[in-house]
Design a protein around this ligand. Structure first.
Ligand SMILES: Nc1ncnc2c1ncn2[C@@H]1O[C@H](COP(=O)(O)OP(=O)(O)O)[C@@H](O)[C@H]1O
Ligand SMILES: [Mg+2]
Length: 255
């Protein structure tokens, strides 16, 4: 994939994406100034997503994520969109910093107001990654799922609710053996964390992802798991978590 440099002094045609879809020159100029102040050296025209015909890393409701270079490093830059319900990215950054202390999430490099600069992840989201698996890959899928549940457990134990793990298909990034949870824009440290519960629901029942997983790895039905899930919900402790993993059939998987 080519990665054309886009200098901040001549950002056209990416100028449009700096306030998408409203095309507001004042906001574009402000974002450019802030990118410069944060130490972003340039943007890169690359990524699997497309907006206005331009390649970028991703498009969400809260932000656009564009590749760039910051202090010589490959980074992902999240720019807040006007459609985002949060007033700025401060809270997302505050939580991502805590998540990084647990050695989870993409490394946050810096953030101010509407812009957040983080480690650029390679690899692909779980949903897309699953499409390339066959039944022979069942052990690899088992290892990845086990890691995903453990990360959910570490977040639960730290009192951080990710808030969008029912959509694990797009919020778990897989790069070889590394699994990284992304997008803490819905996260909170003020509500009861539901990460493991959301993962079980999102991965094991009722979604398109479930079908893709079960095609490769046979997993127990909902009724079988409910008592274990309820046990963990009542007392979200390590032993109960491990019992749940065991009931799912993942505790014996090597990590
Ligand atoms: N650090 C990253 N490295 C590479 N791609 C990323 C990174 N962070 C986000 N993305 C891509 O951008 C998309 C949108 O980012 P996300 O944080 O989910 O935004 P939103 O809060 O708007 O949903 C993600 O689904 C993912 O595909
Ligand atoms: Mg998202």
């Amino acid at each position: 994939m080519t990665e054309a440099y886009i200098s901040l002094t001549d950002v056209h045609p990416y100028q449009r994406l700096l306030s998408y879809p409203d095309n507001n020159p004042t906001q574009q100029a402000q974002y450019l100034r802030q990118l410069h102040q944060l130490g972003v050296e340039c943007l890169l025209a690359t990524g699997p997503a497309r907006l206005a015909g331009l390649p970028l890393l991703g498009v969400g409701y809260c932000g656009l994520v564009i590749a760039g270079i910051w202090r010589g490093r490959a980074v992902a830059i999240k720019l807040r969109r006007s459609s985002c319900r949060q007033a700025n990215l401060n809270e997302e950054a505050r939580i991502l910093r805590q998540v990084n202390l647990l050695n989870l999430g993409p490394q946050l490099y810096c953030q101010r107001g509407d812009l957040l600069v983080m480690e650029r992840l390679s690899g692909q989201p779980l949903g897309r990654w699953l499409q390339h698996l066959s039944t022979e890959d069942a052990p690899e899928l088992g290892r990845i799922l086990k890691r995903l549940f453990w990360q959910g457990f570490y977040l639960d134990a730290a009192g951080i609710d990710h808030g969008a793990l029912r959509c694990a298909a797009e919020h778990a990034f897989i790069d070889g053996e590394r699994l990284t949870l992304i997008d803490f824009s819905h996260s909170s440290t003020n509500r009861h964390p539901n990460n493991v519960t959301s993962l079980v629901a999102g991965l094991l029942w009722g979604t398109r992802l479930t079908q893709d997983i079960r095609r490769i790895l046979p997993l127990p039905e909902r009724d079988v798991l409910l008592p274990w899930l309820q046990g963990y919900k009542k007392q979200p402790e390590r032993l109960n978590f491990q019992a749940l993993l065991h009931a799912i059939g993942l505790n014996e998987q090597e990590t």
